[in-house]
Design a protein around this ligand. Structure first.
Ligand code: FES
Length: 290
């Protein structure tokens, strides 16, 4: 299966130095959870914005001037061109600086980088999305992409979980998808609170209970390493082959363009060879690294 498809990004990057960021402006900020925000943004140079293209699964490098730069997937769908989105969990210097920004602030952006989800491979298939926490961010780009082109795909299952109800990201998407008749939306939390009337249980356990068929299906998985590690055996038990399982890794990336050597796992570079991989491509080293 050919996953990499980077011809169009090369065209965009050919505009100049790959390390030179373009200026983008924050247009909206959504508080997803106490430590996670989604940023809506557009290019300051409108012409550049019109020329910019990306595919679901690709990422960008975002810089807060004077502080530093960090990679995040583009979490919006290429089918919705009004603005771009990325989601940030507060974990360190750059992410804290991003969270201090307000609407109207300017950021540096370079990209898109990496490969993307193989839409041709997914066509005509049943799709099973399995995500935990902020791991839904790259998957939501693909989910909106396929649901905006729903005649090309079959049934869609989404199994999404977080530690607690307050940690569920993209609640507005979860609401939309739960009302969509072609989508089977299953939301779970590790532990509910007094107001939670929904499902409780870890994502891999809930996946096993929902038991989507592996027939003519592809599973797309993203979440915390522990969730990923326990999800692969469940998918295997359900009959998904390693070629029928896709994931996206954003491990330790820095430069984003295959130069710094920070993102290698085994003999692959996540930024250059991924971030989207089939389980068949990574299963030999995933247990030691994830
Ligand atoms: S992030 Fe620098 S080589 Fe991959």
């Amino acid at each position: 299966m050919a996953i990499a498809d980077i011809s169009h990004r090369k065209k965009f990057l050919a505009r100049g130095n790959v390390y030179l960021p373009h200026i983008v402006v924050i247009e909206k900020i959504i508080e997803e959870t106490p430590d996670t925000q989604t940023f809506h943004f557009n290019f300051k140079d409108k012409k550049l914005g019109e020329e910019f293209t990306f595919d679901s699964g690709q990422f960008g490098e975002y810089s807060v001037f004077g502080i530093g730069e960090a990679p995040f997937c583009i979490s919006s769908s290429p089918t919705r061109r009004d603005h771009l989105e990325f989601a940030v969990k507060r974990v360190g210097r750059v992410t804290n600086a991003l969270h201090r920004l307000g609407v109207g602030a300017e950021l540096g952006f370079r990209g898109p980088y990496g490969n993307s989800f193989p839409l041709d491979y997914l066509k005509g298939k049943n799709l099973v999305f399995v995500a935990g926490g902020i791991g839904l961010a790259p998957l939501r780009s693909l989910i909106w992409n396929v649901s905006d082109n729903r005649d090309k795909y079959q049934k869609i299952d989404i199994i999404y979980g977080a530690r607690s109800p307050a940690d569920l990201c993209f609640s507005y998407d979860l609401e939309s998808w739960s009302q969509d008749r072609i989508i089977n939306m299953v939301t779970t939390v590790d532990e509910g609170d007094k107001d939670w009337a929904g499902r409780e249980g870890f994502v891999p356990q809930v996946l096993e209970q929902v038991a989507p068929s592996a027939k003519n299906a592809v599973a797309v998985v993203c979440g915390p390493p522990i969730m990923i590690r326990f999800t692969f055996p469940v998918l295997d038990k359900l009959g998904f082959t390693p070629e029928q399982i896709l994931t996206t890794l954003e491990k330790r990336m820095k430069c984003g363009v295959g130069k710094c050597g920070r993102c290698n796992i085994g003999d692959i570079y996540v930024c250059r060879d991924g971030p989207v991989f089939s389980y068949a491509q990574i299963k030999n080293f995933i247990s030691s690294e994830y």
